[in-house]
Design a protein around this ligand. Structure first.
Ligand code: SF4
Length: 239
């Protein structure tokens, strides 16, 4: 089987525990306004690789990944769930820790057996909750958050380790009421390993210019790490 891949990062330190071999999958169904990888959106481009090709690349420097492993991100890796499962299965056969960075948006669009097969070979899910309010989620990403929240509940039901990631965007995802609601939503989960609030930055802006796409958050300022810290405190205070 072949997977469509955008790119690789061989020494990733922000996409899961330890040092990681990061695989950026090509293709995404969302259009998050703050996305810093718009070049991963299209499904009809990307280089094709087998799972063996990718694991061979990783194994060339296996010693780097002893404290980490492999992370699938994108794009949306679950849009290529069969390939993703094959890749993670092969990683597990080689005793490599597997981490999936996902929006969870494909949860209601993929056969549940396929989800279960993926979770069997996935050590950690980093779930990006873009917005807790459904209407605001639609405005921010183009789609409802129902599948995302259902996926979070399902991961808890199955007791699969989960990290929550949330991007703090001034005037869009930083309202106290929404952060409070997010905390309340996460309150009863027993599978959460960590919650990360990431400050919105504009580093992806140049990619929009290169692709000839109008930057959607033109007048929105970046968030500071202090703002992100305070937002995290508010979320946790409601858990
Ligand atoms: S889910 Fe990720 S890759 Fe897709 S649009 Fe949103 S931020 Fe970009």
């Amino acid at each position: 089987m072949l997977g469509k891949i955008h790119s690789f990062e061989s020494l990733g330190t922000v996409d899961g525990p330890g040092v990681r071999f990061v695989v950026f999958f090509q293709g995404c169904v969302l259009r998050c306004k703050y996305c810093h990888n718009p070049d991963t959106w299209a499904f009809n481009i990307g280089a094709k690789y087998t799972a063996e090709d990718i694991i061979k690349r990783l194994l060339r420097n296996k010693e780097f990944y002893e404290t980490g492993g492999i992370t699938a991100t994108g794009g949306e890796p679950m849009c290529q769930i069969d390939f993703l499962t094959e890749l993670f299965s092969l990683a597990k056969k080689n005793k490599i820790h597997t981490c999936l960075d996902t929006s969870g948006i494909m949860f209601d669009k993929v056969n549940r057996d396929k989800i279960d097969a993926l979770l069997e070979v996935c050590d950690l899910v980093m779930l990006d909750i873009k917005h807790i309010d459904e209407g605001e989620h639609i405005k921010l990403t183009g789609m409802s958050n129902k599948a995302v929240l259902d996926f979070a509940r399902y991961l808890n039901e199955k007791q699969r380790k989960m990290r929550i990631r949330y991007v703090l965007v001034p005037t869009i995802t930083d309202k106290e009421d929404d952060l409070t609601e997010l905390g309340k939503f996460l309150k009863d989960f027993t599978n959460i390993e960590k919650i990360e609030v990431l400050p919105y930055h504009t580093l992806g802006k140049v990619k929009y210019e290169n692709l000839g796409i109008k930057y959607p958050l033109e007048n929105i300022p970046e968030a500071t790490s202090d703002m992100a810290k305070k937002a995290l405190e508010l979320i946790k205070a409601n858990m």
